[in-house]
Structures are given as structure tokens and as C-alpha cells.
Design a protein around this ligand. Structure first.
Ligand SMILES: *Cc1c(COP(=O)(O)O)cnc(C)c1O
Length: 352
């Protein structure tokens, strides 16, 4: 080992889902199958290329203001970043600086563990119950902060607001982050609680329900004090995180509420159709309130199914952990894509 090796920060990185560069039935990274709002394309086509000479607005003022209006909060309560991954990473850096461990579920978004390791934040992972539900009593103990997604991923399970509030009530001395990447497919957002709990941060993204994973936009909403701390950390790291194009397109996406709601409803309808079809084929899964289904079949090895699907150019996600190796995480695509998946599975089941 070279002497300098011991001074290198070694990390085991997060492994994102595959992005094949040819056309496949892509149900592996929870992207939205529909295009963004029509206004996004118009805004993009009328962008002034000459402006690229200039740095973007470091405050992302227009986007922050548009989001603040949409959610009925002050501009000072909104922080934006390069996807919610960027926002969450900044939250870990800013808010999780205790010697006590932060808490997040054992089965959840696997990036949490990566950031904790990267920043050397101690952490503990309370175990989900038999049905993959978060056990709220596990979060009553002393800790250095809490983060969990609602709905959780990859389990797809949504917990009602009284459940979220119970965790908040028991943890008023630490920062609690609720990662709501899938909230638009589910139910009430914890945003309702931000005035009541000053230690609450709600994080959302444009990547799933807003069809803009490629633009990389995420945001946090909280009280002005915590948002200021986040901005201070951001300006100490990289002032110009958001590029001009994302800022412009993001504003247009938020403005078109009607398109957004229509498209989310279409996806929910397809999800419910897919649930019925998978059930008829013998699959079981937690009741999804997200844009994906976490399914297993009693007679088939998930990894084999995953590979057979992939051979047929149908991409789903397989995690392979101790408690997840019997499951496939299947994103909801268009109705046609889900029909392709279902007919493949029908045939596979008949022939094996
Ligand atoms: C997809 C996802 C994110 C990250 O999304 P971005 O594309 O970075 O906005 C964060 N948390 C969860 C639980 C997710 O599923």
C-alpha cells in the first residue's frame, strides 16, 4: 500500500439502476413513462443560448418562488438542489452532526447508508416488521436524527400522517427528514406538519411524478431557519448547483397543475390494473401507494425471473439483499408496457 493510500477517503458507492441506451421496456428506475408538461418543451425551445455565458441565478429564485407559491409557503422555506439526492446529501452534511446514531429503516433507499458512510455519521437501522412496515416504537430511542421515505422504497408502503406525526412527537430534539419522492402517488404530505414541528424537513423531487429525472431537480421545504442552514452549507460547497435549463424547465413543470394531476391519475390507474393482473398470476406484494410494485412469486426464484425478463428486454430491479432477494421491484410504465410485462410473465409461468 502506498503511504498516501491511508489518507484517501474510501467509499462503497451507491449503485444506480441500469440505463440501457437502446429502447427497452424500462421498469427498473421508477421513472415516469409520460413526458413532462407541454410548457417545458416550449420553454426549452425558446431558451436564449447566449445566456449560457453567464452563471445561473445562485438563489434559483424563480424556481424557489414558483414552488413556494404552489405549496403556499414563503420563499425562505424552500431549498432546491440537483435532484433530491443532492438535497438529501446536503441535509446529511448540515443536520446530522451528532455523536449519536441517526436512524433509518433496514430496508429503504440505499443511498442513506452511503451518505452516512461518506460523511462518517454513525447510524442504526431498525428492522422493518414481517410485513415490511416501519415500527414507529423503534424510533423512540435516543438518536442523532431520523430519515425515512414515505412511501418507503422499495417496499412501496405509505404510512398515514398520524404515523409520521407520532415519530415527530417522540423526536423533537433532532432533525427529522421525510423523503417524499413518491408522495404524489400516495396520500397526504407531511408538509401539513411543518408549521407544527420546527425540526421537520420534507424533501420531494421532480424525478418521479413530474417526469423530469433527466433534469435533476429536488427540493426541501421546512422553516426559514433550517432552510438558511441548508443554504449556508450549499454556498460553502458549490454556489451554482442548478443549471439554467433545469431552472427554466422546472418552473414550467410546476405551473401546469392540470397536466400533472391528469398524468399522475393515469399512472395510478395503471398501477391498480397491474396489481390485479399480478395477483391473478400468483404474485404477492405490499399494497403499493407508489409508482412501483415490490412483488414476489411463491414458485419462482426472483433472480431467474429478473434475468429472463432482461433477456426479453424488459428491465425491472432486483436487489438481492437478505430480506429482498425474493422480490422484484417493478416500476409502473404505460398501460402498453405493463401489458407486455404481464403477457411475458403469463407465458413464463405456463412454461416453467
Ligand atoms: C428516486 C428517489 C430519490 C432521488 O431522486 P432524485 O432523482 O435524486 O430526485 C430519493 N429518495 C427516494 C426514496 C427515491 O426513490
Amino acid at each position: 500500500m502506498k503511504a498516501y493510500e491511508k489518507n484517501i477517503r474510501k467509499v462503497e458507492p451507491y449503485v444506480p439502476g441500469e440505463q440501457p441506451q437502446r429502447k427497452v421496456v424500462k421498469l427498473n428506475t421508477n421513472e415516469n413513462p409520460y413526458p413532462p408538461a407541454p410548457g417545458v418543451k416550449e420553454a426549452l425551445l425558446s431558451m436564449d443560448v447566449d445566456k449560457m455565458r453567464l452563471y445561473p441565478d445562485p438563489t434559483a429564485g424563480n424556481l424557489v418562488h414558483t414552488l413556494a407559491e404552489y405549496y403556499g409557503v414563503e420563499d425562505s422555506q424552500v431549498f432546491v438542489g440537483v435532484g433530491s439526492d443532492d438535497v438529501l446529501a446536503m441535509c446529511f452534511l448540515t443536520f446530522f452532526n451528532s455523536e449519536k446514531p441517526i436512524l433509518f429503516p433496514d430496508i429503504t433507499y440505499s443511498f442513506y447508508k452511503v451518505w452516512a458512510e461518506l460523511y462518517r455519521i454513525p447510524y442504526e437501522c431498525p428492522v422493518l416488521d414481517e410485513d415490511f412496515r416501519i415500527v414507529k416504537e423503534d424510533y423512540y430511542k435516543e438518536n442523532g436524527g431520523i430519515i425515512f421515505p414515505n412511501p418507503n422504497a422499495p417496499t412501496s408502503i405509505y404510512e398515514e400522517l398520524d404515523f409520521v406525526e407520532d415519530i415527530l412527537k417522540h423526536n423533537q430534539d433532532v432533525i427529522v427528514i421525510v423523503d417524499e419522492a413518491y408522495i404524489d402517488f400516495a396520500g397526504k404530505s407531511a408538509l401539513e406538519l411543518i408549521d407544527k414541528y420546527e425540526n421537520l424537513i420534507v424533501v420531494q423531487t421532480f424525478s418521479k411524478a413530474r417526469s423530469m429525472a433527466g433534469m435533476r431537480i429536488g427540493y426541501a421545504i421546512s422553516n426559514p431557519t433550517l432552510i438558511k442552514y441548508l443554504n449556508d452549507a450549499k454556498y460553502s460547497f458549490n454556489s451554482y448547483t442548478m443549471n439554467q435549463t433545469s431552472l427554466v424547465c422546472g418552473v414550467e413543470a410546476v405551473k401546469d397543475k392540470a397536466y400533472f394531476e391528469e398524468q399522475v391519475q393515469k399512472l395510478i390507474d395503471t398501477r391498480e390494473w397491474t396489481k390485479a393482473e399480478l395477483t391473478a398470476l400468483g404474485f404477492t406484494f405490499p399494497d403499493s401507494k407508489s409508482n412501483f410494485i415490490f412483488a414476489k412469486h411463491p414458485n419462482f426464484v426472483a433472480k431467474d425471473l429478473f434475468e429472463a425478463l432482461k433477456k426479453a428486454d424488459i428491465y425491472v430491479r432486483f436487489f438481492g439483499g437478505a430480506r429482498t432477494r425474493d422480490y422484484l421491484r417493478i416500476s409502473i410504465g404505460t398501460r402498453e408496457e405493463m401489458e407486455t410485462l404481464v403477457s411475458f410473465l403469463k407465458e413464463y409461468i405456463q412454461n416453467h
